[in-house]
Design a binder for this molecule. Structure first.
Ligand code: 6GU
Length: 250
């Protein structure tokens, strides 16, 4: 999969692309990330990329000419989704990451300052995406978040040990608890079942741990998670235990 990233700060991407899973994916030819400096597409001799807004009000606005020129000259008329990073966009989710990963090529426009000239939206943008309800100084960090989350869905980017289906959200649930050696640390013991070698019992324990954690922290996810009859029964028991413990406090 190929990404075309349009930014005023291409160097911000270097460390993220140069480590761990994204580094390996690029080395193996599964992922290509082309960084395009918007400034290189400025049309005046000062290479201006931003200006104060018409009508005043402060802040700076990314100019339309460099952005549109950059996107058009890189994409060459090819039909490619062009994502604008903006706090006003649709909230980014695991579902969106999986859907965007189906495209062979994707462009991300990193917004900056107070925003981008509205005509950029009309001319080149196909999707507007936000990564959450807070304001970042620019879209670069948001673009890296999306890039990472999308790349995890490209076939062979994750090894077996890292596989995506058990990830929080892909299963519709949060992940449960994890342990590794030692079996006892300061009296805190790893649950016996995980040491038992009984794979069926371990799988059940993991699923229950995920259900318990989701019920405690993100009960909203349980409304849409695909659950078996046995899992619904388990949640019912959790709820009953919780209700009883509340009664005993009253
Ligand atoms: Cl995509 N951009 C900016 N500047 N701030 C954000 C954001 C994006 N998502 C959340 N906050």
């Amino acid at each position: 999969m190929r990404f075309e990233i349009f930014t005023l700060f291409p160097a911000m991407f270097e460390s993220v692309l140069g480590e761990s899973i994204l580094k390996r994916a690029r080395e193996r030819g599964l992922l290509t990330v082309n960084l395009h400096n918007i400034r290189a597409y400025a049309t005046d001799k000062h290479q201006t990329t931003d200006e104060p807004p018409y009508g005043g009000g402060g802040g700076m606005v990314l100019k339309v000419e460099p952005l549109v020129r950059a996107v058009e000259s890189v994409l060459q008329g090819e039909s490619v989704p062009v994502i604008l990073t903006t706090p006003q966009g649709e909230r980014f989710t695991q579902r969106m990451a999986a859907d965007f990963a189906q495209y062979p090529r994707l462009a991300i426009l990193c917004g900056r300052y107070e925003g981008v000239d509205e005509r950029v939206r009309a001319l080149v943008v196909t999707h507007e995406v936000s990564i959450g309800d807070y304001v970042l100084s620019g879209g670069e960090l948001a673009a890296m978040v999306m890039l990472d989350a999308i790349a995890r869905h490209i076939p062979h980017v994750l090894g077996n040990a890292e596989s995506a289906p058990n990830d929080s959200f892909s299963s519709g649930l949060l992940e449960g608890a994890h342990y590794t050696r030692p079996p006892d640390f300061r009296g805190l013991r790893v649950p016996e079942v995980l040491l038992s070698g009984d794979h069926g019992a371990v799988a059940r324990w993991r699923r229950e741990s995920a259900l318990r954690r989701t019920w405690q922290r993100r009960p909203d996810l349980l409304l849409s998670a695909p659950l078996s009859e046995a899992e619904r029964y388990f949640l019912g028991e959790l709820a009953e235990m919780w209700a009883r413990s509340k009664d005993s406090q009253a």
